[in-house]
Design a protein around this ligand. Structure first.
Ligand SMILES: Cc1cc2nc3c(=O)[nH]c(=O)nc-3n(C[C@H](O)[C@H](O)[C@H](O)COP(=O)(O)O)c2cc1C
Length: 354
């Protein structure tokens, strides 16, 4: 292997290639995580949308499918976040990812347990803050990326963060799918790439086939950013359902939020109080209005409709723009192995041109 591919990230996470499969709600399940890790990458379980019991069962299942290290994603403001962290410590997971930083004491507790803290951020100031709070490494997601996303493209944001934090390993996310992208990220000063959409569009991904087909079909220009779902900019496929939502009034969205929020508490067994508490904490952190915060209750049901129930026309499809440049559903082995091979070839081409 070209030594340029054996980066600090490989050492930090214990993986062969500097390629991360990021957490994606209802998508990054034990099979996808184990598939990524067995292929030489590093996968994160989507713990932010799971109960602590589901996270623990997920960890046990991953361990039954791989002996490689892996990580867990959690959301600081969801009910059970502290319990999830205790479970990660108990089972010795290698790393955790998060978007809203926990307190310094909380991060320290993870570090004391030798767990690598690697949050995802979408803006330079958030990267600096995350490091102040104790992060060991940072995933920087450019605006091309899927799900909640910032407004600055990877090609601009990544070198900005690398320059601002010269001593911190920085991983590039948002818009990556192949070995050329990995080499580009390394040349910007990153220690690897992290991908969501590319792994969503894989054989191991649990997303139903009819929903995956919508990702394969989606042209780049149809993958847009909207605040309609939960008040925060989120990148998704502009399907007929999203178009209908765009035309729904604020009042209509609040009524939907109430119905969807109650359905979600029923489905997950979470308490209405817990849900309102985490919504309030998120409101404080994001500076969003109460109306926007309440709309966040819509997201889980609408996303699950497409990603779990397999009704893409009745739900939301979070996606990176890169889906428009992907037309296949390979295995994790083909994805990670293909990236490594193309990166090697690209590096060899550069060496030959010297
Ligand atoms: C379907 C989907 C669900 C996601 N869910 C989460 C999540 O639960 N937690 C999180 O931190 N990021 C989430 N993200 C963001 C990804 O982890 C990742 O940062 C992003 O997909 C990277 O950009 P890319 O799609 O261009 O590879 C999600 C993205 C997608 C496409």
């Amino acid at each position: 292997m070209n030594p340029a591919l054996n980066t600090k990230l490989c050492e930090l996470l214990g993986c062969k290639y500097p390629v991360i499969q990021t957490a994606m709600g209802w998508v990054a399940d034990p099979t996808l995580v184990a598939g990524t890790c067995n292929a030489g990458g590093f996968g994160f379980l989507a713990g932010a949308v799971m109960t602590p019991a589901e996270v623990e069962a997920g960890i046990i299942e991953i361990k039954s499918k791989t002996d490689k290290p892996f990580g867990v994603n959690f959301h600081m403001y969801t009910e059970g976040a502290e319990e999830i962290v205790d479970i990660c410590v108990k089972h010795g997971v290698r790393a955790v990812s998060y978007s809203r930083s926990p307190s310094k004491a909380f991060v320290q507790k993870l570090k004391d347990a030798n767990i690598v803290c690697i949050p995802t951020v979408g803006a330079l100031k958030h990267a600096v803050k995350a490091v102040e709070m104790g992060a060991d490494a940072i995933v920087v997601q450019g605006g091309e990326g899927g799900g909640h996303t910032g407004g600055v493209a990877s090609s601009i944001l990544l070198p900005q963060v690398v320059d601002a934090l010269p001593d911190v390993p920085v991983v590039a996310a948002g818009g990556f799918k192949d070995g050329r992208g990995l080499v580009a990220a390394l040349s910007f000063g990153a220690v690897g790439i992290a991908m969501g959409t590319r792994f969503l569009m894989s054989q191991e991904s649990p997303v139903p086939e009819q929903t995956k087909a919508e990702y394969v079909k989606a042209p780049t220009e149809k993958i847009i950013v909207s605040k309609k779902l939960d008040g925060m900019p989120q990148r998704m496929i502009n399907n007929s359902y999203l178009q209908k939502l765009q035309n729904t009034s604020g009042l209509g969205m609040l009524v939907m939020a109430l119905i969807n929020g109650l359905a979600f508490t029923k489905l997950t067994g979470s308490s209405l109080f817990g849900m309102l508490k985490s919504a309030w904490q998120m409101k404080k952190a994001n500076g969003s209005t109460l109306g926007q915060t309440m709309m966040a209750a819509n997201a889980p049901m609408m996303i699950q409709e497409a990603m779990v129930q397999g009704h893409p026309e009745k739900g939301i499809l979070p996606s990176g723009q890169v889906a428009g440049a992907i037309d296949s559903l390979p295995t994790c082995e083909e994805i990670v192995g293909g990236i490594a091979q193309q990166a090697e070839e690209t590096l060899a081409r550069f060496a030959g041109a010297e």
